[in-house]
Design a protein around this ligand. Structure first.
Ligand code: AOF
Ligand code: ZN
Length: 433
């Protein structure tokens, strides 16, 4: 039997169903499965939160005896391995399904074609590759982690009419309206982790959680690129680290293993005095932000107003390097005591960092700020999808220029669609998986 428009309709429904648990099935993909008998859905399921049971066994259980003679629509090739659960291919066979329609074949080396082979050997008719592009999009995180050993990376930018993403020293500046913000919250709920640079963490003091009622439990892991461990204990991120995990990515040069190092290269000290550990707070005095949110690395709020650079712009020698290490060690202890995980890994090389995140089970990553961090990932060629919000707001004087506008999307990205959210326009660009 060849693939019919009806097949595509049922597969589209299975893909929609699979999206329900995106970001909530850990390292397992969120798969959708429909059992259809005489054109009627008699069982349907999505991979359970946490990754198990798999979709097929739940859908089959719902269909029960009605599965005999039915067709199964599955967004990913049914598994053939005895993992934490028995093979779904075996379950489909024993329930008496006569046809299996699949969108995407499974790159997991334990499965990879064997699921299809098992079904065919049992006399089941199999059609694969149905709505494959949509299926791949719904499984993008899983497929990227399996085949590229890194998470699928989405870069989100909100750009004003004059091409800015914020205002220097002004903390968080509203660029998009409430409809677009709700959409970003929905995106956060679907991804495994969200990443910002230390500049954004200090100037905006963001929470990076999902606040949409009903979705609060789906906040992603929050990651901060913080080479010298200056994220304040009073930041919202650290204060909530026990409720929603925070990973701070620090340079290996300040790791405990570097204790024997012969001093440190200047590059790890972009903005702090290693001896005092304070961060510069050049905030606009007219900023609407509450001044109590001024953050300093020692955990005090606005406690210190000392200059930020070593006097005369000197870089640390051996002695200062030692102080820096001692300081980094005390920061590590304090952050860990607050529930933050420290990952020592080069924060400026996404090609090193991303596999380290994949090894922790992170399959999808949202890069949310700021301009430097966005550039870092774009220049490394490690962005898979760009979400560009363009808002009618004008920032004007003191604006921080966007690293990207609609007119200079890097080559290799295809325009995937446009949607309006209130007065804001979202353009999506994607690269092939
Ligand atoms: C399916 N249906 O709903 C999902 C599948 O650790 P385990 O034993 O749960 O196996 C994980 C693998 O199972 C995963 O890498 C992928 O190949 C497959 N996921 N398979 O038949 C499902 N989530
Ligand atoms: Zn399975």
């Amino acid at each position: 039997m060849s693939v019919t428009p009806n097949d595509e309709g049922f597969m589209a429904a299975a893909i929609r169903l699979s999206r329900r648990h995106l970001g909530r099935t850990a390292t397992n993909p969120s798969v959708g499965c429909l059992i259809v008998r005489d054109g009627v859905v008699v069982g349907q399921a999505v991979t359970a939160v946490g990754g198990r049971p798999h979709a097929e066994t739940q859908a089959l259980a719902e269909a029960g005896a009605l599965a005999r003679g039915a067709t199964a629509y599955v967004t990913l090739e049914p598994c053939s391995h005895h993992g934490k659960t028995p093979p779904c291919a075996e379950a489909l066979i024993s329930y008496g399904v006569v046809r299996v329609v699949i969108s995407v074949t499974d790159p997991d080396p334990r499965v990879s074609g064997r699921g299809i082979a098992m079904l065919r050997e049992a006399g089941i008719e199999v059609d694969a590759g149905v709505l494959e592009a949509e299926g791949q999009r719904s499984l993008a995180g899983y497929l990227t982690r399996q085949t590229k050993n890194r998470p699928y990376v989405t870069l989100k930018l909100a750009v004003s009419a004059d091409g800015m993403i914020g205002r220097q020293g002004a903390g968080q500046v509203a660029i998009t309206g409430p409809e677009a913000r709700a959409e970003v919250q929905a995106l956060r709920a679907e991804i495994d982790a969200i990443l910002v640079g230390i500049g954004t963490a200090l100037s905006d003091d963001p929470l990076l959680t999902v606040r949409t009622p009903g979705l609060e439990a789906q906040s992603p892991i929050r990651i901060v690129l913080d080479p010298s461990l200056v994220l304040p204990l009073t930041s919202k991120l650290v204060a909530t680290a026990r409720e929603v995990p925070v990973i701070v990515v620090a340079s290996e040069e300040v790791s405990p293993l570097a204790a024997d190092a012969e001093g440190l290269p200047p590059s790890v000290l972009p903005d702090i005095s290693p001896t005092r550990g304070e961060i510069g707070q050049r905030r606009d005095p007219n900023s609407q932000d509450d001044s109590s949110s001024r953050l300093t690395a020692d955990g005090g709020q606005g406690a210190s107003r000392q200059p930020i650079s070593p006097p005369g712009g000197e870089m640390p020698g051996k002695a200062e390097g030692g102080n820096l290490l001692a300081h980094a060690e005390s920061r590590r202890t304090a952050l860990e005591a607050a529930g933050v995980e420290i990952l020592y890994c080069n924060p400026y090389h996404p090609e090193i960092l991303l596999p380290a995140l994949a090894a922790r089970g992170i399959s999808s990553l949202l890069v949310e700020g700021g301009a430097k961090t966005a550039r870092l990932f774009l220049e490394a060629g490690l962005v898979d999808r760009i979400q560009l919000y363009q808002a009618p707001v004008v920032i004007g004087e003191g604006g921080i220029e966007s690293p990207l506008e609609a007119t200079d999307i890097p080559s290799g990205f295809a325009h995937a669609g446009t949607q309006m959210f209130g007065a804001d326009r979202l353009d999506e660009y994607e690269r092939g998986l």
